[in-house]
Design a protein around this ligand. Structure first.
Ligand code: COA
Length: 321
């Protein structure tokens, strides 16, 4: 019997027009371009306009992915949005995007796994395609992290940006392409090391990002390497056997640390952290979109995606484009 595969039919990305450089940031907070570049590799980030919401960013990315696939919104059965910065506490950002896309059928829901959200959403979408009856699922990572940053806290505000990325998955019973394996993990013992200090139930406020950066860094390098090994082992290969590695874009030093541990060549690693900074759940699909559209990742290539975030949550997905 042939195997059901979730095939990537289209990808899309969107970044707000406004760019905030390290130099500009250094005028309002006690930091420098040199410090930010050296410690994180980040040069700039995009910031959403005051009247631009997570759903707007996600809608732009979704439209680009649908167009890239050569399909229309009528083909989409389900929308899954990974976000930590929803437009509102409810309804879900997914239903707002559903409305903005003019989709009056199917279903839409959000999932929350912070920076690992897109990997979690891909795993869910893959399982739902395999279980049926879904034929086309739009998976979106969209964030306006600028809205939950404390712009006086130099240890966090320099690291994040806004953006959205999307992937349109289609069901196939004949293709050798598509999602091959997934791996997700979380460990709530570490929830205080990377968190937002507000929320509807505890404080009735939105809160700001708080992070113990050096501890997050250590866990991220170790756990990402394990996730990638687990994902690769499911089909009997090593992480270095893949054509491309599309990591969560949090910090160039984390990317380099993982690459060293797993013996990946620098030219296998897609890095957009310098231009995009950390866009949380949008970071992996945005980086993937960038490398597909600039021609580096080609149909047939074997690609490993990974992410790590608050919770802690982490995971990886292996796919053939
Ligand atoms: N500009 C200038 N100095 C800064 C600064 C900034 N933006 N942010 C922190 N510093 C200072 C600190 O106050 C500290 O000063 P002190 O030694 O006088 O106390 C010094 O720099 C070193 O801070 P430390 O936190 O130890 O630096 P680091 O080498 O660990 O780098 C991060 C900091 C945040 C870049 C790094 O820990 C990191 O990237 N962590 C992971 C973050 C991440 O990816 N989070 C998201 C995961 S999804």
């Amino acid at each position: 019997m042939s195997e059901i595969r979730s095939v990537v039919l289209g990808v899309g990305g969107y970044l707000p027009d406004k760019i905030l450089t390290n130099h500009e940031l250094a005028k309002t907070v006690d930091t420098s371009d040199e410090w930010i570049r050296e410690r994180s590799g980040i040069c700039q980030r995009h910031i959403a306009a005051a009247d631009e919401f997570t759903s707007d960013l996600g809608t732009h990315a979704a439209k680009a992915a649908i167009e890239h696939a050569g399909l229309t919104i009528e083909n989409v059965d389900l929308i899954i949005v990974a976000t930590t910065t929803p437009d509102l506490t409810f309804p879900s950002t997914a239903t707002i995007i559903q409305e903005k896309l003019g989709m009056q059928h199917g279903a839409a829901f959000d999932i929350q796994a912070v920076c690992s959200g897109f990997i979690y959403a891909l795993h869910i979408a893959d399982a739902m395609i395999k279980a049926g009856p879904y034929k086309h699922i739009l998976v979106i990572g969209a964030e306006t992290f600028s809205r939950i940053l404390d712009w006086d806290d130099r240890s966090t505000c320099v690291l994040f940006g806004d953006g959205a990325g999307a992937m349109l998955l289609g069901r196939s019973e004949t293709s050798e392409r598509g999602i091959i394996s997934n791996f997700i993990r979380s460990d709530g013992r570490y929830c205080d090391l990377l968190m937002v200090d507000g929320g509807p139930s505890r404080t009735q406020t939105v809160g700001h990002v708080r992070m113990v950066g050096n501890q997050v860094f250590r866990h991220a390098v170790k756990d990402i390497a394990i996730a990638m090994k687990e994902c690769a082992a499911q089909i009997g290969i090593k992480p270095s056997d893949v054509d491309w590695f599309v990591p969560h874009q949090a910090n160039q030093r984390i990317l380099d640390g993982v690459a060293r541990q797993l013996k990946l060549r620098p030219d296998q690693v897609i890095s957009t952290v310098a231009q995009h900074a950390n866009t949380s759940a949008a970071s992996v699909p945005l980086a993937f979109d960038t490398a597909v559209k600039d021609g580096r990742i080609k149909p047939g290539d074997l690609v490993m995606l990974e992410a790590f975030g608050g919770g802690f949550t982490w995971g990886a997905s292996l796919l053939r484009l």
